[in-house]
Design a protein around this ligand. Structure first.
Ligand SMILES: Cc1cc2nc3c(=O)[nH]c(=O)nc-3n(C[C@H](O)[C@H](O)[C@H](O)COP(=O)(O)O)c2cc1C
Length: 247
């Protein structure tokens, strides 16, 4: 919803007969009713219980609850997926999709254990063969280790990025007491495109989640989904064999 030409996006979505729309980064009340008038299934992405409730009240068909670990734009509250999902589960009754830090079958099963009905996976697919990300960005993600992503630019729109020259420029702007306008000027326009699609690893914004530390190869989307499902089944069977807890 941050796009300046969002009205046009929505008009095209309706015109082209899109059946399912995920909205994010804005008020769920703005578009949900209008999209639903066209029989479109609407799912809204939130990072807090407050907005999960708002989304449900706005009439969405499902909610994505995205934790602090996630790549890209994020909530200010810094609530991790582990804490967020059970809270949101207890607060709403529409289907709940967990996001943030889910990259394999084990984390998917964990999200289901926390109360999710499904999962949304972002970062893992950045390195899919089919992904339109620049090959240099894919390689940078595959090389990333633990602690290399951080949430920044909270005053504008919080975003989780890989550390690079642009990230360090933002940090030094903070240390010099930058105002919101200074930060906006530094960010400019098109930084994400520059980093992720044009492969400028120095000046671009490199949006990716904490799971970058767990991604180390490029696979087809089919192979990624197959491995997630196989790992999910193995993890589920392992849990089924846990001895019952007896006091
Ligand atoms: C490179 C990148 C770009 C993203 N862009 C958007 C976006 O434009 N809109 C959105 O709602 N979510 C966006 N996301 C968030 C994903 O939809 C998803 O919720 C998130 O990646 C899940 O957490 P994970 O990164 O730990 O898998 C983006 C994520 C990444 C990694």
């Amino acid at each position: 919803m941050l796009y300046p030409d969002i009205d046009q996006h929505m008009a095209i979505i309706v015109e082209e007969g899109v059946r399912v729309v995920f909205t994010s980064a804005g008020n769920p009340a703005t578009w949900t009713a209008r999209l639903k008038e066209h029989d479109i299934t609407v799912v809204h992405v939130v990072s807090s219980v407050k907005f999960a409730r708002k989304a449900e009240a706005a009439g969405v068909d499902a909610v994505v609850a995205e934790g602090f670990e996630a790549g890209g734009h994020n909530g200010r509250e810094e609530t991790t997926t582990m804490v967020l999902i059970p809270m949101v589960r207890d607060a709403i009754s529409v289907p709940l999709i967990a996001a943030g830090g889910i990259s394999d079958g084990r984390s998917m099963l964990a999200a289901m254990a926390l109360g999710a009905d499904g999962v949304q996976v972002g970062s893992r697919f950045v390195c899919a063969e089919e992904s339109s990300a620049h090959p240099d960005f894919k390689q940078r993600v595959a090389d990333a280790g633990e602690g290399e992503t951080l949430l920044t630019l909270k005053e504008i729109t919080p975003v989780r990025l890989l550390r690079n020259k642009f990230f360090d420029d933002v940090q030094s702007a903070y240390s010099q007491g930058a105002t919101i306008d200074d930060l906006k000027a530094l960010l400019g326009r098109g930084r994400a495109k520059k980093g992720m699609f044009e492969g400028d690893l120095s000046e671009g914004e490199l949006e990716i989640g904490q799971v970058a530390a767990r991604i180390n190869q490029t696979l087809s989307a089919e192979a990624i989904v197959d491995s997630i499902m196989t790992e999910y089944e193995v993890a589920r069977m392992r849990l089924a064999h846990l001895k019952p807890f007896t006091a």
